[in-house]
Design a protein around this ligand. Structure first.
Ligand code: SF4
Length: 429
């Protein structure tokens, strides 16, 4: 773990000499994802003309909106692209997680945006132009950015059709997740932020995008878990109506993905029959004890063993390569329950990766940053950078060992080509 006297730069140099086979850019990307980034006033002024952060599901910030003194929540970009600089960065896309106290800052230097680490220039920063559809509204007056924002540099339409979760309160909500609190803070901040999107408004937004955009390649239908019912429908029946309608109206236009709970096989089949191509029954954390502590609602309603059985059953429905459970990388080390030692945490998650990958199911990661409005985010920093770097190496090693294909639905893999912005797993394949 980084000693308090070691600077971020020194720690990155130490880890780069320990893990020289990883692309140097991903050390910075993971550090940015776990610790966030600030923006100078000049940089915010420049960023205001580019694609803004849409808060597509969670806050992914290290401070609540109420503590953003310069309205960064309205002015910061969705993603930054790092390139060039003295080190010669190949293009790397990083999701923006706001943290005014970060060692990283985007500022204007020599007339252009640059990323600074501890005040020294690291590389240039490019921002994404505002897509034409981001300027449009629905007939109701809601902005397209509420109903169908894009991430991954425009590759993925992110359709959070239910912005809350029925796992509610500290005893049930996943401890790393701020979906319910984020919904509340966005409403207080005055953002157009629809709790339950209708099928009609999703189709209306997609029609605008379809006509104005050629960059998007995939959509994800997702949202919080439905435990009892939502608008009279079960989780499956609620979520499946969106891909059904999208595929009917725009057959094959995008790669359809859903993120819902691990469901029984006959429920999963409904998504396949609707035209969904990729299923994400997110597993979050491998360790049995941590799963029950950190994902208490999922553990109580479905259970860890049943969750695993359902992932493997879904692999028979979709084909193993098209079942991609997410792990929230880093929560294995969150206090007070997590592993204290990096290598123990890596050994645990590697066991999970080996279990799934040996059966053709290839998980993926979202790098954890402690959101202060989530339970785990209140009194701690993220997992050590060493953990994230060793995890990427373990992932790549196990992926190669089982000769698995690059996970579909994320665009190109490899450093300089990947667009996946909330983890570096696609940058290292
Ligand atoms: S199931 Fe867990 S991770 Fe998913 S939205 Fe609900 S609380 Fe968040």
């Amino acid at each position: 773990m980084r000693a308090s006297t070691t600077s971020a730069r020194q720690e990155i140099e130490r880890l780069q000499s320990l893990l020289p086979d990883l692309p140097f850019e991903v050390f910075y990307k993971e550090d940015l994802l776990r610790t966030g980034v600030s923006f100078s006033e000049d940089a915010l002024r420049v960023a205001s003309g580019f694609k803004p952060k849409a808060y597509f599901i969670f806050s992914f910030d290290l401070v609540p909106i109420s503590e953003m003194k310069r309205q960064e929540n309205l002015r910061a970009p969705e993603e930054i692209l790092l390139e060039g600089g003295a080190l010669g960065f190949r293009p790397v896309i990083v999701s923006v997680r706001l943290n005014p106290a970060s060692s990283y800052q985007v500022a204007v230097r020599e007339g252009k945006l640059q990323l600074l680490l501890e005040g020294e220039s690291l590389c240039d920063v490019r921002l994404q132009e505002v897509p034409e559809y981001y300027k449009r509204t629905l007939g109701s007056g809601k902005p397209v950015t509420d109903i169908a924002p894009t991430i991954e540099w425009g590759y993925l339409l992110y359709l959070t059709v239910f912005r809350q979760c029925q796992y509610f309160g500290a005893g049930e909500e996943c401890q790393f997740c701020d979906i319910n609190e984020n919904y509340r803070q966005q409403k207080i901040a005055g953002r157009s932020y629809t709790s339950v999107k209708s099928v009609g408004e999703v189709l209306e937004a997609l029609a605008i995008i379809s006509e104005a955009d050629s960059a998007s390649r995939a959509y994800t239908v997702t949202g919080g878990s439905v435990i009892s019912s939502l608008r009279g429908k079960s989780e499956t029946d609620f979520y499946v109506q969106y891909p059904e309608a999208i595929e009917r109206r725009f057959p094959g236009r995008w790669i359809g993905k859903v993120v819902v709970q691990a469901l029984p096989r006959d429920e999963v089949r409904k998504f396949k029959d609707a035209g969904v191509q990729i299923y994400h029954p997110n597993y979050e954390v491998w360790d049995r004890r941590l799963f029950s502590l950190l994902c208490a609602g999922k553990d109580r309603y479905v259970g860890r063993d049943e969750w695993i059985r359902r992932i493997l059953a879904a692999a028979e429905v979709f084909g193993p390569a098209r079942v991609i459970p997410n792990f929230v990388a880093g929560i294995e080390m969150a206090k007070p329950h997590g592993f204290e030692n990096v290598d123990d945490a890596i050994a645990s998650t590697s066991e999970g990766l080996e279990f799934f990958m040996s059966q053709g199911v290839c998980p993926r990661f979202t790098t954890w940053c402690p959101e202060p409005i989530s339970v785990l985010g209140r009194d701690q920093g993220g997992a050590p950078l060493e953990y994230h770097m060793k995890l990427l190496r373990a992932y790549r090693t196990i992926h190669r060992k089982h000769r698995l294909p690059v996970p579909p639905g994320y665009g190109d893999a490899g450093i300089g080509r990947s667009v996946f912005s909330v983890s570096s797993f696609m940058d290292v394949l």
